[in-house]
Design a protein around this ligand. Structure first.
Ligand code: ADP
Length: 404
């Protein structure tokens, strides 16, 4: 942690926990919208910050006259209820801690205003879980400036439910909990990021546009109107959670992949069962689903799995030895438009030719430009502190560097 900028401001910048891709059993709604408590437990994989990350700097100072936040270089309304809830929660925890008497902590006024600057290096509000990465990173940064230690699930969850999972690296479970006050609704790491080194994650970006239906509004309507969602939460998810945990423990890719796809499909079925219905997938998403099934059928086993969050972009899981051939299949089915050389981002992939047999197996006419680009990544760690002052997003005047 670097010493302060403005006044006696402790300043922190850190690289966020990247996006948590919705995988397998996932959150499908809230039982309490105020406390952000889910109707079922869920599981996700935190992705590597080498490819996808949020970077956040938070600073407090006597010089600041109001709380302010800049997201991707633009000032945002700090009055947003979820942001306010995070700030309230972290200040409550800091007050509680000081009340308990901690002789080591430096004088720190909870009345100081906070400035926050945050940047996502991947599309925001496009169904790639920027809210999860963003609020996890924010909770972590605020905890550093307010000197709060311990589990931050409660703080991150107030911003975005899935953000509590992004506080940890690797394979993470969000236990729904039972208590009305949500104290037992917390994230827990099932396995660390190094547990399954062969696992690869491909993000197929179909659209980087902001999605028309925000996930929160959509999920609330689902909770109110979908009988399928209720059935799923009560009768399907608990057993799936147990089985998914076992698949991860045993690195059982086939079963992991099948469960992941089934769970994604069921989640989107609950969207269609919502009234009025919600549709996150588009024609390209459906073509990706067909492509994965055709690829697996050609291989004679489940080598690739898709999952879709609240948007048309696909997150694909596979193992290291299958990446090159699957990428060739994606290029064949969705020939890159003008950006051929920038179609692949992230981990390097050695090009391989596609066999005529596989081409024939991938039925349907190619759709040029259907997939804009592919990010190749892997499982990654939770939040990291950036010690390098150059990486901080706020200048010594407490304003975003580019604007100061
Ligand atoms: P996504 O699928 O990307 O999570 P949502 O619409 O659910 O899309 O959430 C996007 C919202 O999350 C943004 O409008 C903003 O309020 C919040 N958000 C995204 N990134 C950050 C960030 N880095 N810091 C703080 N809040 C963020």
């Amino acid at each position: 942690m670097a010493p302060g900028g403005a006044g006696d401001t402790p300043e922190v910048a850190l690289s966020g926990p990247s996006m948590t891709s919705r995988k397998s059993v996932t959150g499908g709604g809230k039982r309490d919208e105020e406390l952000i408590l889910p109707i079922n437990s869920s599981l996700s994989v935190t992705l590597s910050q080498d490819q996808l990350k949020t970077t956040t700097t938070a600073a407090i100072s006597t010089d600041f006259t109001e709380d302010r936040i800049w997201l991707n270089g633009r000032e945002e309304d700090v009055g947003q209820p979820r942001l306010q809830a995070c700030l309230r929660e972290i200040r409550r925890l800091a007050r509680k801690r000081r009340g308990a008497g901690d002789g080591d902590s430096p004088p720190l006024s909870l009345s100081y205003k906070v400035h926050v600057a945050s940047v996502n290096n991947f599309p925001t509000a496009a169904g790639l879980a920027s809210s999860a990465a963003g609020y996890a990173c924010l909770a972590y940064a605020l905890a550093r400036v307010y000197r709060v230690e311990g589990d931050l699930s409660e703080v991150a969850r107030r911003g975005s439910g899935s953000a509590c999972r992004s506080l940890y690296g690797g394979f993470v479970e969000w236990q729904m909990g039972e208590q009305a006050d949500g104290k037992d609704s917390i994230a827990r790491q099932l396995a660390p990021e190094g547990h399954w080194p062969q696992l690869r994650v491909l993000v197929l970006v179909v659209s980087a546009e902001r999605k028309p239906t925000g996930s929160t509004v959509g999920m609330q309507t689902s909770v109110e109107t979908s009988a399928l969602l209720k059935f799923r939460a009560e009768s399907v998810v608990p057993a799936r959670m147990r089985e998914m945990a076992r698949c991860i423990q045993d690195r059982d890719f086939q079963r992991f992949a099948q469960l992941t796809m089934k769970d994604s499909n069921q989640f989107h079925a609950t969207c269609l069962d919502t009234f009025p219905p919600i549709s996150y997938l588009n024609d390209t998403s459906r073509r990706i689903i067909q492509l994965v099934h055709a690829f697996n059928a050609y291989c004679g086993q489940t080598k690739v799995a898709y999952t879709f969050d609240a948007g048309p972009n696909a997150v694909v899981f596979t193992l290291e030895d299958t990446v090159a051939e699957f990428v060739a299949a994606v290029k064949h089915s969705f020939p890159p438009a003008a950006n051929g050389d920038r179609f692949l981002k992230g981990l390097p992939v050695t090009p391989v030719p596609l066999s005529d047999e596989l081409k024939a197996a991938l039925a349907g006419d190619p759709t040029p430009g259907g997939v804009q680009y592919v990010i190749v990544t892997q499982v990654g760690p939770g939040p990291q502190v950036l010690d390098d002052p150059h990486a901080h997003l706020l200048g010594s005047d407490g304003l975003p560097k580019q604007a100061s």
